[in-house]
Design a protein around this ligand. Structure first.
Ligand code: SF4
Length: 439
C-alpha cells in the first residue's frame, strides 16, 4: 500500500530530464562549446536528433512548453514557412559538422502537426540526405489529435514515421473545457486506427492528473477509455501549476485544482489501473505494455532519461534543432536561442545557435549517472561515495521508502512516488527553487 506523505508530496523536485538541470544553465556556454562537442563525436557514434516546432493551432492553458499560437491561414503559412527554411539551414550546418550515426529522430514542440504532412515528409527526407541515418532509426512525432485530417497520418507513415505520441491528457469534457482542449475520444481512436492501419506500430499516449475539477472518477474513466485502444506506452504527468512563470496558466482557476492529497490519490490510481491492466510501470511516470521495447529496457537496465523523459534511444548524444531545442553531450548541455527571431538569424547565417547551457564537471557526470540509474532502475550502488547524500537519505530508509545497505540505495514500491525527491539527495546544485512539486 502506497501512503500519502503530505510532508513530501508538495516539496519541489526537478524532473531530472538532465543533470545538471536547466536551472543551472547560463550564458557562459554557447555556440563555440556546442561546435567543439559536436566535433568530438566519433564516426559511427549513435546520436539522436530532436526537432522543435514551436507552434500550435490553439493554446492549452496548462501548457508549459515553449510554443505560441499562429492564427489566420495566411499568417500561419508565412511564419511556418520561414521557420522551416531556417530549420533546414540549421540541419545543413549541423550535418556538415557531425560524423555520428543517427539512431533516432524525434519531432516535438509545440505541435509538429502545425506543419503540413508534406512539409514534415520533406524535412525527414532532408535529414536522411544530410545525416547518416540508420535504417532502423526510430522516427517519432508528437501529435495534437485536434489538428489531424484523414490523410495526415498515412502521409507520415509513408515518410517513415514509426512512432506517434498523442496528447490525450483527459477525456472528461468538463476538464477539457477548463484547460481549453476539447477533443472527443473518437478523435483519438481515429488517429490510433489510422496509424495502425498504415503500419505505425509505436503508439504513445500522454495523460495528465491534477487538472482543474478533475476527479478520480474522471481519471479512471479516461484510463478505461485509453485502455480500449491499447497504447504501447503511456506517460502520466502531474499538472505543474506555476502561473507566476507561465502566463497562460493564469486562465486556470486555482480553487478548482485538486489539492496535494487528491493529486497523490490520482497518481496512485493511475499506477493501480495500468498495472492491473498488465502494463509495466516504468520509473515514476510511465507505463508500457510488457512486450514494448521500453518495458524490456527497464527490465535489462538499458532505460535512459533525456529531455523527452524516459527513452530507449541508444544515442550517446542528442542534437537539438530549432529554437529553444536542447543538445545533450556527455560533457555539455546547450540550448539554442529561445527567441525565434534570434535563432533564425543565427542559423540563416550558417552558424550554430547554442546560446546558453552548462559544461559538466567530472563530479556532475558521476552524479548524473547516479541519478539516471536511480530513476530508471530504482536502485544504484554508490559505495563509499556521497556520504552527505547517504546521510540525507537515512530518514527515507527509516520511513520504509527506500532500503539503504551501505552504499546500495533501492526504492521500495512506497518510495517510487517520491523518486525525484530521493534522487535530489545526489544533486549538488539543488536549492529547491523553480521546480514543480514532487507528486
Ligand atoms: S497542443 Fe501541446 S504544445 Fe500546444 S499548447 Fe497544447 S499542450 Fe502545449
Amino acid at each position: 500500500m502506497i501512503h500519502y506523505r503530505p510532508d513530501l508530496a508538495a516539496l519541489p523536485a526537478p524532473r531530472y530530464t538532465s543533470y545538471p538541470t536547466a536551472a543551472q544553465f547560463s550564458g557562459g556556454v554557447g555556440a563555440a562549446e556546442q561546435a567543439a562537442a559536436i566535433a568530438r563525436i566519433a564516426p559511427g557514434t549513435p546520436v539522436s536528433l530532436y526537432l522543435h516546432i514551436p507552434y500550435c493551432r490553439q493554446i492549452c492553458w496548462y501548457c508549459g512548453c515553449n510554443t505560441g499560437a499562429v492564427r489566420g491561414d495566411a499568417a500561419r503559412d508565412v511564419r511556418l514557412s520561414a521557420y522551416v527554411t531556417a530549420l533546414e539551414a540549421e540541419i545543413a550546418t549541423v550535418a556538415a559538422r557531425i560524423k555520428g550515426c543517427v539512431t533516432g529522430i524525434q519531432f516535438g514542440g509545440g505541435s509538429p502537426n502545425s506543419l503540413s504532412a508534406s512539409v514534415l515528409a520533406r524535412i525527414i527526407a532532408n535529414l536522411r540526405e544530410n545525416f547518416d541515418v540508420a535504417d532502423d532509426a526510430e522516427v517519432g512525432i508528437e501529435l495534437d489529435p485536434r489538428a489531424l485530417d484523414a490523410d495526415y497520418i498515412p502521409a507520415l507513415a509513408a515518410a517513415g514515421v514509426n512512432r506517434i505520441s498523442l496528447g490525450v491528457q483527459t477525456l472528461a469534457p468538463h476538464v477539457q473545457a477548463r484547460i481549453n482542449r476539447i477533443q472527443p475520444f473518437e478523435m483519438i481512436a481515429d488517429a490510433v486506427k489510422s496509424a495502425r492501419d498504415h503500419g505505425i506500430e509505436g503508439i504513445n499516449f500522454d495523460l495528465m492528473y491534477g487538472l482543474p475539477t478533475q476527479t478520480e472518477t474522471d481519471l479512471a474513466e479516461t484510463i478505461a477509455q485509453a485502455l480500449t485502444l491499447q497504447p504501447d506506452r503511456v506517460a502520466v504527468f502531474g499538472y505543474a501549476h506555476m502561473p507566476a512563470m507561465i502566463a497562460r496558466q493564469k486562465m486556470i482557476v486555482d480553487a478548482e485544482l485538486p489539492d496535494a492529497e487528491l493529486r497523490f490519490a490520482q497518481a496512485a490510481l493511475a499506477h493501480r489501473l495500468f498495472t492491473a491492466a498488465s502494463y509495466t510501470a516504468i520509473g515514476f511516470d510511465h507505463f508500457a505494455r510488457p512486450d514494448d521495447a521500453m518495458a524490456i529496457a527497464a527490465a535489462n537496465g538499458s532505460l535512459r532519461r533525456n529531455f523527452q523523459g524516459y527513452t530507449t534511444d541508444p544515442g550517446e548524444a542528442t542534437i537539438g534543432l530549432g529554437t529553444t531545442a536542447i543538445s545533450q553531450f556527455d560533457d555539455l548541455i546547450v540550448q539554442n536561442d529561445k527567441h525565434v527571431a534570434g535563432w533564425r538569424d543565427t542559423v540563416l547565417a550558417g552558424q550554430l545557435a547554442g546560446d546558453r547551457g552548462v559544461a559538466l564537471t567530472e563530479d556532475d557526470r558521476a552524479r548524473a549517472e547516479v541519478i539516471e540509474r536511480l530513476l530508471c532502475d530504482g536502485e544504484v550502488d554508490v559505495g563509499d561515495d556521497y556520504p552527505p547524500a547517504l546521510a540525507a537519505l537515512q530518514p527515507y530508509a527509516d520511513d520504509g521508502l527506500i532500503s539503504l545497505d551501505a552504499g546500495a540505495v533501492r526504492l521500495r514500491p512506497e518510495g517510487w512516488p517520491y523518486a525525484r525527491l530521493i534522487a535530489a539527495a545526489f544533486d549538488a546544485h539543488f536549492d529547491g527553487a523553480r521546480h514543480s512539486r514532487a507528486v
